[in-house]
Design a protein around this ligand. Structure first.
Ligand code: SF4
Length: 732
């Protein structure tokens, strides 16, 4: 029994209640952007759960969202700049010293080797921050370098390239109107795990169940019976890398059976007739043996799609990460457009984002363009002012004018993300200088001379400036800062602004650079975003009151802006506001697709594909015990027939080899994978390398990118072709 009386108990209780606060904001770990309800006491997270009032996620939250608490408590997270003393030793330094050192070393490299001696690699997390998205273009401009790379060219560049070619902006990306469609065709994608990928759609289980409950149909085509396929009406295994043939045969069927109906898109789409001729050789009978799907099934899938009251075809990594990524994804557009699904309710539609990224991106950056210049070593076309990441190691390791000698790694880990990671590792080691902006030490930035850790998600205010453009329902939400960052910490905005003025000073002098810095500090990112909102599609116009940042902040659960609307042709950004479906860039590559149809089938032991898990976030978030509990997730899925033939069983160890190298993995036998195909997730392989924290070091698993091949890529977009990698497997 306590010595305190009841009055004191009440008082203590009251103090505790006063300190405990409940906050609402969205999770920005992935593009689903779920609404969270976060309870905080004394600057510590007590509880995270889904915000039931969020118009998009309606209470859904995945395990990663809950693990945000672990991220904030993690003692391995960096909070102060580090300077490298030796290969394995780092020392903390003050922020100003770190900024001065970084700018001085970058400028010194530039003075000695020229503008293009500095490169920048951007990881996927930058898209989740308003400061990186709005300020990195300014830093790139100040750096004056053409060596720009990002994780986008590992998994999604075909989609951006086609959006540019067909719709006029890499960021005008259609999504399935999943909440109203009657028929969803999913090819090489697993939205049940990704919660949408280039499609913001949290709680995919609810959305797919709703589709089935309203009498709709879900069809999945994938070499693996994925978590999405488990909910589908039908699932068909396909040979990896042959989606382009399947899609061509489906389009062939549309023409053969007179199923093409463009609807209102017929008024602004050109080039349909030449597509009929292009797909002529690709009959379902001609592609059946290569794809592994029989001809009658292909015809029926095409017919069902074309005759459904509404339908949308959606594809992701299984299509994009192949040597035919652009032509295959082009056929996804063709299928949607020829059946009248483009811009039509329940079909293939565009979001109307409050922050209009496609328009703002076109006006404020140099991302509108393709093949304006080429990479130095491999001669690959730039796209959206970037070179493909598969050639970054070439550009670092190959001597000559324009060789990359210094690199800025921003929230990226290319050693685990880009094909041929071991060569990337050697390349990073070869740099004269490297700076990393990241709050973890990882397999790539262990080569950095300086690491600048920004504050973490909940220690800063945040506004999504990217994913509103790919949302399946128009909405908007502001994220208030919930946790106090330590006194000696810096946000992404502060880091970028400090680097920017120091780089700028080299060109315009200290005084002018400091004045510009003072102006930018007032304007970015908050005022810039507010100004963009006011002139955006939902902003103030024609005398009506529209959205501003202040108004959005008054809605803690976010604002529902309604279902997707018809926006074409007004929203097209092509010069003539028309869509040239038979685009010459695609046509120029068609002979390669024809050659695939007639080429001899290569005999290989296995084809390797990737996979994702709900508890993993690409190459990070592997330092939190609550996400790692349970069985090893970095296992090699193998069909029982293949396992029997090779003498493997669940739990047995194998060595996987490609022309690039070898890695080890533990086998998991399952009939959820096509015979002859094996699957290993990416982003693992922390142990034995400097890695993202002490727990991550113990996770085991191998990095699949130690055996993927940087010489396999889609020649149009430069996207890595890691899906369907030929490999051999032997018992260890
Ligand atoms: S799916 Fe998970 S990680 Fe993604 S936004 Fe939602 S809670 Fe965050």
């Amino acid at each position: 029994m306590s010595d305190y009386g009841d009055g004191a108990k009440v008082l203590l209780c009251h103090i505790s209640v006063v300190r405990m606060t409940v906050h609402y904001r969205s999770c920005n770990l992935c593009e689903a952007s779920c609404g969270l309800q976060i309870t905080v006491e004394n600057n510590r997270i007590l509880d995270i759960r889904g915000d039931v009032k969020d118009p998009m996620s309606q209470g859904y939250v995945c395990p990663k969202g809950i693990a945000l608490a672990d991220l904030h408590e993690d003692p391995d997270r960096l909070r102060q700049p580090l300077r490298k003393r030796s290969d394995s030793e780092w020392e903390p330094i003050e922020w100003d010293e770190a900024f001065d050192l970084v700018a001085e070393r970058l400028l010194e490299v530039r003075r000695r080797h020229g503008d293009d001696s500095i490169g920048m690699y951007l990881g996927n997390p930058i898209t989740h921050g308003w400061a990186p998205v709005t300020l990195i273009p300014l830093l790139l401009k100040a750096l004056r370098t053409r060596h720009r790379y990002s994780a986008a060219s590992v998994d999604q560049q075909p989609q951006h390239l086609l959006s540019y070619l067909l719709f006029g902006s890499p960021l005008l990306l259609p999504v399935p109107d999943i909440d109203r469609t009657a028929h969803l065709l999913v090819i090489g994608a697993n939205p049940m795990v990704s919660n949408g990928s280039i499609m913001t759609a949290p709680d995919m289980r609810r959305r797919l169940r709703a589709l089935r409950e309203r009498g709709g149909r879900l069809v999945v085509i994938d070499p693996r019976r994925t978590e999405t396929a488990d909910l589908a009406d039908e699932h068909h295994f396909i040979e990896p890398g042959t989606d382009v043939l399947l899609l061509a045969a489906m389009v062939h069927t549309l023409f053969a059976e007179n199923l093409t109906r463009l609807g209102k898109a017929g008024a602004y789409v050109d080039g349909v007739d030449s597509i009929r001729a292009m797909v002529e050789p690709f009959s379902p009978d001609a592609v059946a043996s290569r794809t592994g799907i029989d001809a009658d099934t292909i015809r029926r899938i095409a017919r069902d799609f074309a005759t459904a009251p509404s339908a949308a075809a959606y594809a992701r990594l299984g299509v994009c990460q192949t040597e035919f990524g652009t032509t295959a994804y082009w056929l996804v557009h063709v299928l949607n457009i020829l059946t009248g699904r483009l811009d039509s309710k329940g079909g293939w539609m565009f979001a109307l984002p409050a922050f209009d990224l496609p328009v703002i991106g076109a006006k404020t950056t140099d991302l509108i363009g393709y093949d304006r210049w080429r990479s130095r070593v491999k001669g690959l076309p730039e796209f959206a002012a970037e070179f493909p990441s598969i050639t970054l190691a070439d550009e670092i390791l190959t001597p000559g004018e324009g060789q990359v000698r210094a690199l800025i790694l921003y929230a990226g880990n290319p050693v685990l993300t880009v094909p041929d990671g071991r060569r990337m590792d050697r390349a990073l080691d070869d740099l004269e200088f490297c700076v990393s902006v990241d709050f973890y030490l990882n397999e790539s930035n262990r080569h950095a001379d300086v690491i600048l850790p920004p504050t973490a998600v909940l220690e800063r205010e945040e506004f999504d400036v990217v994913f509103g453009a790919v949302s399946v329902h128009n909405h908007v939400r502001f994220g208030e800062q919930i946790l106090e960052a330590g006194p000696d910490t810096r946000s992404d905005a502060q880091i970028l602004l400090e680097l920017l003025w120091r780089i700028d000073a080299d060109r315009v002098g200290q005084r002018r650079a400091r004045i510009a810095h003072a102006v930018r500090t007032k304007f970015f990112p908050r005022r810039f975003v507010d100004a963009a909102l006011r002139v955006g599609p939902w902003g103030v116009r024609k005398g009506r009151r529209g959205l501003s940042l202040a108004k959005i902040r008054k809605a803690p659960h976010g604002m529902d802006l309604g279902p997707l609307q018809s926006v074409l042709p007004q929203r097209l950004m092509t010069s003539d506001r028309r869509i040239q479906l038979d685009h010459p860039v695609v046509l120029a590559d068609w002979s390669r697709v024809r050659a695939l149809l007639t080429s001899e089938e290569e005999r290989v032991s296995f084809l390797l594909i990737g996979r994702r898990h709900l508890r993993s976030n690409n190459s990070w978030m592997h330092n939190y015990p609550r996400l790692l509990s349970g069985t090893n997730r970095c296992t090699l899925f193998m069909h029982p027939e293949d396992a029997d033939r090779g003498g493997h069983s669940t739990g047995s160890e194998v060595t996987i080899s490609s022309g690039i190298g070898e890695i080890d993995a533990e086998v998991y036998v399952t009939d959820a994978i096509k015979p002859g195909v094996v699957s290993l997730p990416h982003g693992w392989g922390h142990s034995g390398r400097a890695s993202a924290g002490r727990t991550a070091q113990t996770t085991g698993g191998s990095s699949v990118n130690d055996i993927t091949d940087a010489t396999r890529f889609d020649p149009l977009s430069g996207n890595a072709a890691v899906t369907g990698l030929p490999v051999h497997i032997r018992a260890r």
